[in-house]
Unconditional design. Sequence first.
Length: 61
Amino acid sequence: MKKNMIAGFSVVAVILAGFICFCVWFLSGTGSTYYYSQIDNTKIEQVESKGGVINFSGIMS
């Protein structure tokens, strides 16, 4: 009976330690990818608003 309790506590301790290690790894940002964008200001022009409609035709070319 005492051996079963020790084995059970050992299994729970190993699972808990694994879960804690996974949480630390996940929250540390390991494997994160950073993306950068570059804006070409020569394609931007100021236009008058036409009832809330934005014209993106010059920007997306």
